[in-house]
Design a protein around this ligand. Sequence first.
Ligand SMILES: Nc1ncnc2c1ncn2[C@@H]1O[C@H](COP(=O)(O)OP(=O)(O)OP(=O)(O)O)[C@@H](O)[C@H]1O
Length: 665
Amino acid sequence: MVRASVLATEGKTLMRHTLARIAVIISHLDLQVYPSRLAREVQNIAASFCAVAEIRVVDLPISESLAYARNAEQSGEIDVFVCAGATGAFLQKNLTTPVVLMKNGTNDLMHAMFEAVQHSTGIALLSYRQSNLELDYTERLWKIAFKHFQYDTLAEVRARVSSLRECGCEVIIGSSMVTEVAAGAGMKGVLLSSARSIRQAFEDAMAQVRLQRLESSQRHHINAIVQHLADGVAALDETGKIQAANEVFAGFFKTASASLIGSHINDVAPELELHKYLKTGTPPGGCMVSARQRTLLVNAYPLSNEPEHDGTVIICQDTNALQRADRQIRSGARRRDFRATHCLTEIAGESKAMQYLVKLASVYARTDSTILLLGASGTGKEMFAQGIHNEGARANAPFVAVNCAALPESLLESELFGYEDGAFSGSRRGGKPGLFELAHTGSIFLDEIGDMPLALQTRLLRVLQEREVMRLGGTHTTCVDVRVIAATHHNLLKQIAKGIFREDLYYRLNILQLNLPPLIERLEDLPYLCHKIMESIVRRLKLRDSPKEMIAMLLPYFYKYHWPGNVRELENMLERAVIYFANMNDPLFREQEGNFIDLVFGHGAMAADEEESTEQRRTVLSAHTRRELTQAVDICAGNFSAAAKLLGISRSTLYRRLKSESSNT
Ligand SMILES: Nc1ncnc2c1ncn2[C@@H]1O[C@H](COP(=O)(O)OP(=O)(O)OP(=O)(O)O)[C@@H](O)[C@H]1O
């Protein structure tokens, strides 16, 4: 039963949040004088703390003290209890909320003596357990010899009071309980506590609350950090009981985090097999554990560096999330051009050979095996490589193309494999990842592999075998998950015979093969190729429409050409043709020696094989059909000079031919 009232207080807050909540418990036996003197004193002093604390003074039977305190503790309404003597010691043992003891000092004894001597010189002091009162000093000061006894229990108090009465003692100084027993025995009880010791107890309680709130705010911060971690974190005590765990950890083991607290780790997560560690105190390094359809990377660390094993922190990481993060980091570091832009559907060709190759490439795209693309320059090897990458499972990952013939050996090595900080003079600070690392999870296209220096072939072979790279100047390897597509215009078997290409590398690369035929072997693809290429030129040059007549006119020449530069050459020719065709009436071209066909076929190509090309050109030019001649006139809107220029003949020759063609028909 709570007899004394609550001292509600107003005023400024002590801490950032609320007033300190203090309960002072004064226990009594069968209270004869109500309210007890101590309670009254405490209430008076509590009033002076009203600006900083809400102090509840509770005067209740000793048998109810613990129940009351527990109740208040459970409802979380009290930050700290203040109590004296035996009850204080008892509550300290049984509560988790701090209990500040009202301690009596010599000053209290002086005050008590002052009151006691008013009644009698037969004075005794009863104190709970050992006190640090300066008894000799007090006796000398008051010139009174008084008796002093210590007690542990209420029974001892009762026995001592009754024996003191029989010895003629009239005044007993002690706690509120002692004074009550004395009063019950018909003696004078003098309270040992003074206003000063009560005030000191409140100061101690305030300091305690301040400390508590500081700790709680720190705990709150740490908890917020731990809760926001992407990893599952749990703290265990030395026996393996979970003291704290975040939601992610709870989620890994499909349970609510609150229900984990107090459970044993072996019951919650037997998969982790932490019992081995908990016994030895040796933390396991990162080990992979399968738990509830996930693979976790688990690390455990001792809570302190002390030799005594007093707890463990476990950190669990979802390997899927790690891989995703890894991919993100790598793609963040990826250059924008590490993308494949072509698809297999863009590869133009109506010939059986091309249609078969595109289908085969699409089958290859569904695998992860290494591919070797063979074919002369400009046959579309890179286009196929990009198409295969884009049609496969790695489409969203990087496509890294590297021309092995374009860089000097040392540069190619650092480009491919990267380097560590300070690997060579002039190297970038912090090192640089190689193209293999940047292609991680995607594809690497090793173009012109036949031109790779032998020393690098050896390093490349090791990477292909081990699937891991070591940067130049590095000491550790990094795993790379890369699909390799290599290409060359060389005959690698001949290169092997000459000793300039490693046979073992050839067999590593030549798992799946695509052999792209030169354009000369599939001239039937020309119309479709021209059409497709023109579409992209029109788009790129922002033309109004595709000059179909021009293509119709050029095609007969194209069929007769030998195409050493394959589709790339065709692309170049068509682009040139479009530009010349659109500017045919420009004086610059009108005054040009030669003619449209000459310009389209390009002097460079002609010069490469002068004899053959001049001869070919002659045959080509003499082969105009009547349809081509009239078509040229139509295209040039009846302008015979322009039509002659377009055909590469003089105006008079055009007239003559048209005449002779018409007489032949
Ligand atoms: N079948 C095709 N359909 C459409 N365009 C093609 C085709 N084949 C090649 N090309 C085009 O021809 C040009 C050359 O192709 P690509 O670079 O793929 O050839 P390559 O064999 O890799 O050449 P190199 O060996 O010289 O590197 C590219 O612009 C490409 O778009």
